[in-house]
Design a protein around this ligand. Structure first.
Ligand SMILES: *[C@@H]1O[C@H](CO)[C@@H](O)[C@H](O)[C@H]1NC(C)=O
Ligand SMILES: *[C@@H]1O[C@H](CO)[C@@H](O)[C@H](O)[C@H]1NC(C)=O
Ligand SMILES: *[C@@H]1O[C@H](CO)[C@@H](O)[C@H](O)[C@H]1NC(C)=O
Length: 246
């Protein structure tokens, strides 16, 4: 009996080991990059000098541990839904995260690096020369180089879209997936106009606070699956797959 139990344990360890092997994505040349920030206690959160408190609480029971997670809808890597900016739409079907078009959140994506000394204005958008037909773009900005998510507190002068940059994107491209590497797609003093511009399109999904350390510019496939929450935003797990993945 004892022997068979230890065999089982060994087998499941082997199983876990083989899972671990495939999840680093190295087998068959297909590489997977996890571009999601881990959700954890004290992680930086919008507007706070202290970080998010009491996100995860674990309780010791008689034999096992169970826990609760309490996350703001905009904590960590997350998507925004149209009702984020239109409170009147919150209760209505179609405007919350559960109704977002998953096709927008999966497929080919271009990672572009933006100039380090500028926000994403119309001039910057124009200068990026994003090829026509591009539907999904992840903007890798100075936020990643400056490691803003490693500071432990909210940094207000982060890089984001200005109102002119968002306008330009809506008018001149077919981009529906707008990824960025800090808590908001918009610079702090233009949060409202940028979100109105992007979200009134009813097609564009801002994917905020992506973890882009070590991600080279170029073409990938992206897969982002948000928690199916009836809310104006929700945490999302995002991965990039390189061209060798099918
Ligand atoms: C946007 O899509 C339309 C309709 O498919 C197409 O005619 C147009 O060339 C596209 N524009 C860009 C910039 O991708
Ligand atoms: C943001 O503010 C910090 C501290 O004042 C400064 O060192 C940094 O250069 C600023 N970054 C930007 C992008 O303005
Ligand atoms: C981007 O905009 C923010 C907010 O206006 C500002 O604090 C920051 O310095 C700007 N960044 C750059 C690189 O100009």
């Amino acid at each position: 009996m004892k022997k068979s139990i230890s065999c089982l344990v060994l087998l499941s360890l082997a199983c876990i080991a083989s899972f671990a092997n495939t999840s680093d994505g190295q087998s068959d040349g297909c590489k997977i990059y996890d571009i999601t920030h881990p959700i954890k206690n004290n992680m930086p959160t919008f507007g706070s000098l202290l970080g998010a408190k009491d996100v995860i609480k674990e309780f010791q029971g008689k034999a096992t541990i169970t826990g609760t997670i309490t996350v703001g809808t905009h904590l960590g890597t997350h998507v925004d839904a149209p009702s984020h900016i239109f409170p009147g739409l919150l209760g209505q079907p179609g405007f919350t995260v559960d109704a977002l078009d998953l096709k927008t959140l999966m497929g080919s994506v271009l990672v572009v690096e933006t100039p380090k000394d500028k926000n994403i204005t119309s001039e910057v958008m124009q200068s990026l020369q994003i090829p026509p037909g591009t539907n999904r773009v992840i903007f890798k900005t100075a936020n990643t180089d400056n490691r803003l998510m490693d500071t432990g507190f909210f940094v207000p002068n982060y890089t984001g879209f200005t109102a002119t940059g968002a306008d330009w994107l809506v008018k001149n491209t077919n981009i529906t997936f707008v990824g960025i590497d800090y808590m908001s797609v918009a610079v702090i003093d233009e949060i409202v106009p940028v979100h109105i511009t992007l979200l009134t399109s009813h097609k564009i999904i801002p994917v905020e606070n992506l973890k882009l350390d070590g991600i080279a510019p170029g073409n990938y496939n992206v897969l982002c699956l948000p928690l199916k929450v009836v809310a104006e935003a929700a945490p999302v797990r995002c991965i990039l797959l390189d061209a060798a993945c099918h």
